[in-house]
Every structure is written in structure tokens, then in C-alpha cells.
Design a protein around this ligand. Sequence first.
Ligand code: GLU
Length: 476
Amino acid sequence: MSVANEPSFRDSVDLMFNRAVSLLDLSPGLEEKIRVCNATYTVRFGVRLRGKIQTFTGYRSVHSEHMEPVKGGIRYAPSVNQNEVEALAALMTYKCALVEAPFGGSKGGLCIDPTEFEEHELELITRRFAYELAKRDLIHPSQNVPAPDMGTGEREMAWIADQYARMNTTDINARACVTGKPLNAGGIAGRVEATGRGVQYALQEFFRDARDIEKAGLSGSLDGKRVIVQGLGNVGYHAAKFLSEEDGCKVIGVIERDGAVVSADGLDIEALRHWIVNHGGVKGFPDATYVEDGSKVLEEDCDILVPAAMEGVINLTNAERIKAPLIIEAANGPVTAGADDVLRKKGTVIIPDMYANAGGVTVSYFEWVKNLSHIRFGRMQRRQEEARHQLVVDQLEALSDSMGKSWSLSPDFKQKYLKGAGELELVRSGLDDTMRIAYQSMRDIWHDREDVTDLRTAAYLVSIQKVAASYKAKGL
Ligand code: GLU
């Protein structure tokens, strides 16, 4: 989304970077090296569809190779352009550094409206795009590892993985060439929910510190907080579902392409998702009020606003009217640099994209490691762990018997304690740990440095310092 009189998405990311880097003591040369996008490859290829050749334009941008492989999703949307792909690649560099995923930043995009094509046509297009990228090592287990983004998912990643394997028949690590694959094609449990799960873990960590809650002018815990979600795609849906089903939040508004639905009592996210799948939009969803101009709902009174769709939705045209005291950027770049200035001055707390939506790439990292190690997480230790727990339970029960059963272990405790961790539990635990540690690194700077008044600047400072250290160690 480009907004009149505002810098482009790419410039917006650079402006935010510049704000942060001015607080660091980096040499101007290194500063420039980190900011610029290393390379962007544009490809135009033809695919014969419905009896005629159709030409498509795609991009793969590599922002920083201070660590390899470089990492980042592939987006399918008609609005994809070089500027957007480069902005998203830059965000990937900072995101990976912040959550300590050992990758450089990259991003890809294809200008296409996927809804206009049949599945077999999309497969042909995806395979051809993958061929063009793999031929130039822009898909490669040790060079460049794509993943899903807007408009793509497990299905496309499986086609890409298979295409790469066909072109590299003896590469034993072929499956690690892309992440976000279905489980049966080398994927990992918990990858689909990962970004939304990460948003939940991020908010949980935010609400663990009374100082942070106070800075946002809120009180208490996540329980009962009124949430508005913009975009009920993969990220928005999972975040809304987990926050409402597990943390006691009330999702009082959901904004979609065809408008918004609001309900002060809280929306049933599972039912709403089904409604959208079956009716193509939110209009008509029972027990809620439909608002045709969905963007107005961004400005409604709530505790937490979750933009989870496109970049630039909060911009100079609406920033002043945003009432939410806390915004968590589940999407990449939903707040423009101009809007960021306005909101900062108003005291709105923003949990920035490069941290808030890093759950996806974090679990992608686990998937890549799983592919390279050729073994499912938990396979070696799960039963051993259960056997050791059983020993403790047996011993305690024998003790209880000897004491005339005056006490006993509850069946619920026994069931939970005895269960060894499978892949999903381990992935969630790794993700939770990652989100906590990354947040704590931002929080320390936010509270300790007087010249840092927002979490975005803190996030950039952590990331830039890590990338700079990497370049310095290389001798650059
Ligand atoms: N497209 C996602 C993002 O923007 C995931 C990237 C990945 O897993 O490599 O973070």
C-alpha cells in the first residue's frame, strides 16, 4: 500500500533504521553497508496456460549476507514490486539478528493474483519461478532458503522443494532448500501456527513487566483485554485464536477486505474463520455488527490493536485518530515512518514487526535444522524422558502406599508429568524461549537508555549491533 505524501515502504524502513543508527557509534561506511540492499534479481518468465503464453514478473532480493544462508518468504500478490521486496528483505535481516536465527535477510515476490488461477496452473507457475531462482542459487539449502509469506503456504513450499530436488538429484540436504513445507514433505510441527503463536508469546512477555504495562497506560494481565485484529489470514487468525481461547482476551473487532465485524462481547474466531472461508468475507456474520468501511474500525477504542495484513495501513491519514494504547505489528511494516512519529509522540506503545512477527522465521530455523539433521525433534529422548518420569511416579506411589494412602498424586498431574515432549511441544518451547529472550534484550535498552523512547528503536539497536559485529568479525 503506498500512501500519498509519505515515503515508500523501502524509505520508511531506512528512516527507522537511520533514527536508530544515529544513536550508535558505527563508522559511516559500515552503517551504509548494513543499510543497503546487496542485490535484487528480477525475472520475467513465460508459462503456457489456457493455450497461450502468459508472462510473469518475480523478484528475489538479498539484503544482507553477513550470515548465510539468507532467509525470507516469497509473496504472491498483484501489488508486489521491487521496492516492497527490498523493504521486506531488509526487515528479514534485522528480524533474524534480533531473534538469533543464523541467517542473512532476503525476500521474494511474484506479481500475481493467485485467486485467478487453478491449482494446477499455480503449480506450473510456482515450479517455473522456483526453477529460475534455483538455477541462480537463489533457492539453495546453504545459500538462500525461502518460506511462505502473503499468498503462499505449505502447498507452494512443497512444489518448490520438489522442484529443487528434481534439479539437484544427489543433494542429500535438498529438503532444507525451503521451509514452511507440509509435515509429509519435510516440514515441522507448529510451523503454520508459528507467527500467530509468536504474537501471543510476545504479548505474554510484554505483560510480565509492570513497567511496560504502565508505559502503555494499561493495567492487569492479558485476561479481559479488548483486541482488534486487522486481517484474519494465517497470522491474524492464529494470533486471535490463541489470545481469545488461551489468554482470556476479547476480540471485539476483525477487519477484513470486505469490511469489518465488531462485537463488544467478543467474536468467536473459529466460527468467523469458517464464515470467511464459506462466504468469501465477514459480511453477514451472525451476532456481530457489520461495518462497511473496515478501516474505520482501526480507530475504534480497544486495548490492543493487531495489524496482521499489509504494510502501510496505519499512516499519516489515520495515525492521529488511532485510540489503541498498544499496537503489536503482526504484519511487516503496517505502520509507516510518519505514523510511527505521530504515535510515539502520543505515547502509543508499538511492539515492532521485526520482533512481533519473528515467530515464523524462528520455527523456519527449527525446520531447517531438522532437515539438515534428518531426524524429527524428540525422536531420541521422548520415551527415555517418560521412563525416567515413570520411575519418580512409581517411587512416590510406593511411598503413598506405605503411608496408608493418606495422600496420592492426582491423575491430571500424573498424565501431564509422564508425557514426554514431542516435536510440537519442543517447537513451542523453543519459540517461547526465543520470543522471551529477544523481548528482554529490547526491554533492557528501552528502560536503561534515556535516548531510547520506543521499542522499535530498541529492536533496531539490538539487531544493528549484531549485524555490525558479524561484519567486523569478517574483517569488513
Ligand atoms: N515470511 C515470513 C516473514 O516475513 C517468514 C520468513 C521465513 O520463515 O523465512 O518473517
